[in-house]
Design a protein around this ligand. Structure first.
Ligand code: ATP
Length: 290
């Protein structure tokens, strides 16, 4: 049997880091939303009792370092499953880009194997398992729009933001999340107003969302990678309503509501940036769950 699952990327409308915890993780507060840029995963039964990763993308590990592999291994161990699976990942989301591609692959694998192996787990149970794999995996299990607290695994659902276009531009560098956190000096940051973001989403006020969005990691990445600043400046110049880095970067996203401006920004960025995407937000959970 075969199951196809979609693994959509996320962007951070707000990302705040509160403090470093005794267990080494950072306590965060983030507003995240899924977007219509997705990897496609095909899960198939295989005869041998093993996990196989198949991907054409040379940056995607094909062993236990792959988060989708870890998701399958976790389910096999926890529920004593003596079956093998092939996980074919058609990679669309740029790797190491701040878009949670690996985490979303893991979440989609949890959802898909729940079906393929008839485990009957609830979405909440899958999200709890996801937290054991990585901080963003729980959010990716649910998708939609949510506040993520703790180290990212405590999820409170929000309604979808007003409909808009998301333009993504990724410079040809990969950024290590761990390194960005190491370089973060919490004594010198402007914390974004998360409550104001929640209120803006509740009121469906697009302009207010753009006004209060912020990412505490942005300046850290901008310092090391001037090309990210260049993309930000260009996106603003071409007329995006909001321009912000996602996660630890280096992907920059722009939000825009008017179709006419979308084309101008997209074409302008294509001139000097090789990975540019224009997609819709997938702010509603139900749009891609199962
Ligand atoms: P994070 O912000 O959580 O670090 P990201 O979106 O910036 O995530 P990913 O695309 O998830 O970055 O990749 C980060 C690293 O994870 C890659 O360098 C890669 O070696 C590893 N990785 C593990 N599993 C996957 C996967 N399924 N797809 C892509 N990368 C993966």
């Amino acid at each position: 049997m075969k199951i196809l699952v979609k693994a959509p990327a996320k962007i951070n409308l707000s990302l705040d880091v509160l403090h470093k915890r005794n267990d080494g993780y950072h306590e965060v507060e983030m507003v995240m939303t899924t977007i219509d840029l997705a990897d496609h995963i095909e899960l198939s039964d295989i005869r041998d009792n093993e996990i196989q990763i198949v991907s054409q993308n040379r940056f995607v590990p094909d062993d236990g370092r792959n988060l989708a592999y870890q998701a399958a291994q976790l389910l096999k161990d926890r529920y004593h499953i003596q079956k093998g699976v092939s996980i074919a990942i058609d990679k669309v989301i740029p790797v190491a880009a701040g878009l949670a591609g690996g985490s979303s692959d893991a979440a989609a694998t949890l959802r898909g194997l729940n079906q393929l192996w008839g485990l009957g787990l609830s979405v909440d149970e899958l999200a709890d398992l996801g937290a054991e794999i990585g901080s963003d995996v729980s959010f990716c299990v649910y998708g939609g729009t949510a506040i993520a607290r703790g180290r990212g695994e405590k999820i409170t659902h929000l309604q979808a933001p007003p409909n808009c276009w998301v333009i993504l531009a990724k410079p040809s560098i990969g950024v290590s999340t761990a390194e960005v956190y190491r370089n973060l000096d919490l004594n010198h940051v402007d914390h974004p107003d998360i409550q104001a973001m929640i209120a803006a989403i509740e009121r469906q006020n697009f302009q207010q969302i753009c006004n209060v969005a912020g990412n505490v990691l942005e300046n850290v990445t901008l310092k090391s990678y001037p090309q990210v600043k260049h993309i930000k400046d260009q996106m603003k110049r071409f007329g995006a309503d909001l321009v912000l880095m996602s996660g630890s970067g280096p992907t920059v996203f722009g939000l825009v509501q008017h179709d006419s401006r979308l084309q101008r920004i997209y074409n302008g960025l294509r001139g000097f940036c090789d990975q540019v995407f224009a997609v819709r937000m997938l702010g509603e959970r139900e749009r891609f769950l199962y």
